[in-house]
Design a protein. Structure first.
Length: 370
């Protein structure tokens, strides 16, 4: 697959540099739409790229809804004119006021918040009423990842309490389940089915009490093909459109193609069997703690250690492969693309082996204007 990443002229590329391959991204978007069954079911996360250009490309292909992790990401998506913008992160502190300000700045768009705490949603209720608006809210449900969200067994009671708050409108559930990432697709589907069944029972009971609970935003990249089997839910993959080595190696059934690489150069041969790249953990995500990236065509090499601006590789035992020459270019697929994208102020975009665009990572910082 190495030929897909070759760039014809690299003489002006300062390394390390993150590069996206637009043709592969388009392939991945088309595949996600096929899995979802419709572009209207996708509610993709923008945290993996944080760029307006990617949002606009997805909009051109029919996607109307987007999910964000920060106010800055939400503002970036709003500037693109997307129809629905979900901030899938608990609103606390000044972000409550900022979110309401964002809603008022773009009254023609539909913003969605999530919440899991009655006290914080009460503050959002007060701020919304002060601003003269009603904020759409999804209850954030802990699907077993134990990162955020109310426990499923407490979801119904909390939903009812929050539904009585003025200034907000409870609309359904936000259900991220990054824990459902078993390499066995059948096991993943079974785990998802058990959780969905419980949530559907809660939904039925709430609707019997004449409460609005129609919107389900579910899953991430590993589980969205599982949730796709339930036609009345929205699907929110993020990484899939770029894909990274972590999911590519672990979840082979997804079959998305890595569309992002970090271009690096060899800067040293510290020994006869090792070489050093100008790609430390300041240029590629420092998680996971094991392999942080894989050299395209570098099966004969293994990572030795990594520092701030250096990454040392050595030949594997029994390998007599020639070391890459000092000054030569190396293409590295990140294990985790999301934090890698945030390390760069811009991304070079390649089509047919030629750098054609430069995408600003506009939502890299926590604030744009709001």
């Amino acid at each position: 697959m190495g030929f897909r990443y070759d760039i014809k002229d690299t003489s002006e590329i300062i390394t390390p540099q993150l590069v996206y391959y637009k043709d592969i991204i388009i392939e991945n978007i088309k595949k996600a739409i096929r899995i979802a069954g419709s572009d209207k079911r996708l509610w993709p996360h923008v945290k993996s790229h944080k760029t307006a250009e990617m949002v606009k490309l997805q909009m051109e292909m029919g996607i109307e809804r987007f999910k964000c992790a920060t106010i800055a990401e939400a503002e970036m998506v709003a500037d693109c004119g997307a129809g629905d913008i979900l901030l899938a992160y608990p609103l606390v502190g000044p972000n409550i006021r900022r979110f309401v300000s964002l809603e008022k700045k773009y009254p023609q768009l539909r913003f969605w918040a999530i919440g899991e705490d009655y006290g914080q949603l009460s503050l959002l209720s007060e701020e919304s009423m002060k601003g003269g608006i009603t904020t759409r809210v999804l209850l954030d449900v802990n699907m077993g990842m134990d990162r955020t969200g109310v426990a499923i067994e407490s979801a119904e009671e909390l939903y009812e309490r929050c539904a009585s708050l003025e200034g907000i409108a409870m609309m359904g559930f936000h259900c991220y389940d990054g824990n459902h990432n078993d390499p066995d697709l059948a096991a993943r589907k079974e785990a998802v089915a058990k959780k969905v069944a419980v949530l559907k029972e809660i939904q039925n009971r709430l609707e019997e009490k004449e409460m609005e609970c129609s919107v389900f935003v579910m899953g991430g990249t590993p589980s969205f093909p599982c949730h796709a089997e339930y036609p009345d839910v929205f699907l929110s993959p993020g990484t899939a459109f770029l894909q990274d080595a972590g999911y590519c190696r672990r979840l082979t059934d997804l079959d998305f193609i890595p569309a992002a690489v970090v271009v690096s150069r060899v800067i040293s041969h510290p020994s006869k069997r090792s070489f050093t790249l100008d790609l430390g953990y300041k240029g590629i995500a420092a998680d996971p703690v094991t392999e942080r990236g894989y050299i395209v065509g570098g099966e004969g090499y293994e990572a030795k250690f990594q520092n701030e601006e250096h990454w040392v590789f050595c030949l594997k035992d029994g390998q007599e492969t020639k070391l890459p020459e000092i000054g030569s270019l190396v293409y590295v697929i990140p294990t985790h693309i999301c934090p890698t994208s945030a390390l760069y102020p811009w991304i070079l975009v390649v089509e047919n082996g030629v750098v054609k665009e430069r995408w600003e990572v506009k939502a890299r910082n926590r604030k744009i204007t709001v």
